[in-house]
Design a protein around this ligand. Structure first.
Ligand code: AMP
Length: 400
C-alpha cells in the first residue's frame, strides 16, 4: 500500500498542492474543461473520509502583476463543491497567505475544504521563495503534492515547501502516485519490445526525449511534421513539408546512434500530401521521400499506417507523444486515428500503453480511445521532461 493510502488523516489538516489550472471562458469565466479538477478529487475525498480537513492551493493562468479578477480561483468554488458532492462545505480565502488564510485554516473542522486564492498572485511562488513557502507550510499539518502538471517546476508550493515538513508528514497524492508509477513503468521497467511513438511538429522540441529513448526503446516510430526533417536528412525530397534545416545534422546523428544501438527507427513510407496548409486543400498520396514541389506531407499514408500498426501489434510497452499528422483537420486525421486504434488493440492484447504530452492526449480523447489505453497523463510538460530523463523538482523534493 502506498504512503498516502496507508496514512490515516483523522484530525489532520492536509495542505494539498493541486493543479487547478483549468481553462476558463474569457467572457463568463465558466470552466471549459474540468479534467484537472476531477483528477484531484479521489485524493481530497480519501482525506475527508478519514476525518481530516483539506486546504487546496493552486495556480491559475499567468497573472503578471499581482491579483487580477480573471485569474481568481474563486471562479472554481461552485464547481469544486459540485464535484465533491453535497455536504462538503467549500470555504475560500481571498489570499493564499496572510491573516485570513491563517485564521480560516486554523478554525477548520473535519470534513471541510478550504480553497486558497491563486498562488501566482505572488511573484515569490515562481521564484521559489523560501519565506513564502514557509508561510504556506504553516497552514497545514501534512503536505501533499498532487500536482503532476507542475512537478517540473521548482516553485515555492511545488518543491521548496517540502523542506518544512518532516519525512512522515509529506507525500504524493493519488494522482501524482499514479502518474509517477505509469511513467516509471515505461521508462524504467518496460517489458520489451518497447515502442515509442513520437510525432508532432518539430524535431527541436523532441531531441532530448529521442536521445533518452535511444537508451531504452527497442523501436521508435517517428511521425508528424518532424518526420520530414529526417526524410531530408536521409537524402529524400520533401517539397514544402515542414522541415528544420538547422536540425538535419541532429536527425542524422539520431539515425546513426539508433543504428549503433540496434534501435529500430520507423519513418512513414508514404504520406498524405496537400497543395496548401488548409482544411480544404487538394490532397494526394506520395512516398514520404519523394514529395513533389508545391506539395507538403500533412499526414502519414495508408502504407505507413500498416507499417506502424504492425510494429505496435508486436509491442509490450508503448509510449505515445505527438500526433501523426495535422489531426485538427479532418482530411489529415486518418493517420493519428489509425495509430490510436492500433495502440488500443495492442493494449487489449496485454501491452501497457501510456499517452502523454499535449496533442496526443487531445487526439486520443477526441477520437474516443481514452478508455482503451492503459494510462493518459495529465501532465504535458512534466511528462515530457520525465521522458527526457530529467529529475523533476516536485518529485525530488519529497525524497530529500
Ligand atoms: P507537438 O505540440 O510538437 O506535439 O505538435 C503538435 C502539432 O503538430 C499539431 O498541431 C499538428 O497539427 C502538428 N503537425 C502534425 N503533423 C504535421 C505535419 N505533417 N505538418 C505540419 N504540422 C503537423
Amino acid at each position: 500500500m502506498s504512503k498516502f493510502s496507508a496514512y490515516n488523516f483523522a484530525g489532520t489538516k492536509a495542505l494539498i498542492r493541486v493543479d487547478f489550472n483549468v481553462p476558463l471562458d474569457k467572457q463568463t469565466q465558466a470552466i471549459t474543461d474540468d479534467t484537472r479538477m476531477t483528477a484531484a478529487i479521489p485524493t481530497i475525498k480519501k482525506i475527508l473520509n478519514d476525518g481530516g480537513s483539506v486546504i487546496l492551493m493552486s495556480h491559475l493562468g499567468r497573472p503578471k502583476d499581482g491579483p487580477e479578477e480573471k485569474s481568481s480561483l474563486k471562479h472554481l468554488i461552485t464547481h469544486l463543491g459540485k464535484l465533491l458532492g453535497e455536504g462538503t462545505p467549500v470555504l475560500f480565502a481571498n489570499d493564499c497567505i496572510g491573516e485570513q488564510a491563517f485564521l480560516t485554516s486554523g478554525m477548520m473542522r473535519a470534513g471541510e475544504v478550504l480553497l486558497l486564492e491563486n498562488l501566482r498572485f505572488y511573484k515569490e511562488e515562481e521564484k521559489g521563495d523560501e519565506g513564502f513557502a514557509k508561510k504556506l507550510a504553516q497552514l497545514g499539518d501534512v503536505y501533499i503534492n498532487d500536482a503532476f502538471g507542475t512537478a517540473h517546476r521548482e516553485h515555492a508550493s511545488t518543491a521548496v515547501i517540502a523542506k518544512f515538513f518532516p519525512a512522515d508528514k509529506k507525500m504524493f497524492g493519488l494522482l501524482m502516485e499514479s502518474e509517477v508509477a505509469a511513467a516509471e513503468k515505461v521508462l524504467l521497467k518496460a517489458d520489451k519490445p518497447f515502442t515509442a511513438i513520437i510525432g508532432g511538429a518539430k524535431v527541436s522540441d523532441k531531441i532530448l526525449i529521442l536521445e533518452n529513448l535511444l537508451e531504452r526503446a527497442t523501436d521508435i516510430i517517428i511521425g508528424g511534421g518532424m518526420a520530414y526533417t529526417f526524410m531530408k536528412a536521409m537524402g529524400g525530397v520533401i517539397g514544402n513539408s515542414l522541415c528544420e534545416d538547422d536540425r538535419l545534422e541532429t536527425a542524422k546523428m539520431i539515425l546513426e546512434k539508433a543504428e549503433a544501438k540496434g534501435v529500430n527507427i520507423h519513418l512513414p513510407s508514404d504520406s498524405v500530401i496537400a497543395d496548401k496548409f488548409a482544411a480544404d486543400a487538394n490532397t494526394s498520396v506520395a512516398p514520404s521521400n519523394h514529395i513533389p514541389d508545391g506539395w507538403m506531407g500533412l499526414d502519414i499514408g495508408v502504407n505507413a499506417c500498416n507499417q506502424f500498426s504492425n510494429v505496435l501489434h508486436h509491442s509490450k510497452t508503448i509510449l505515445w507523444n505527438g500526433p501523426m499528422g495535422v489531426f485538427e483537420m479532418e482530411k489529415f486525421q486518418h493517420g493519428t486515428k489509425t495509430i490510436a486504434e492500433a495502440v488500443a488493440v495492442a493494449t487489449q492484447n496485454g501491452a501497457f500503453s501510456l499517452v502523454g504530452g499535449g496533442d496526443s492526449v487531445a487526439a486520443v480523447n477526441d477520437f474516443g480511445f481514452a478508455d482503451k489505453v492503459s494510462y493518459i497523463s495529465t501532465g504535458g510538460g512534466a511528462m515530457l521532461e520525465f521522458f527526457e530523463g530529467k529529475e523533476l523538482p516536485g518529485i525530488a523534493a519529497m525524497n530529500k
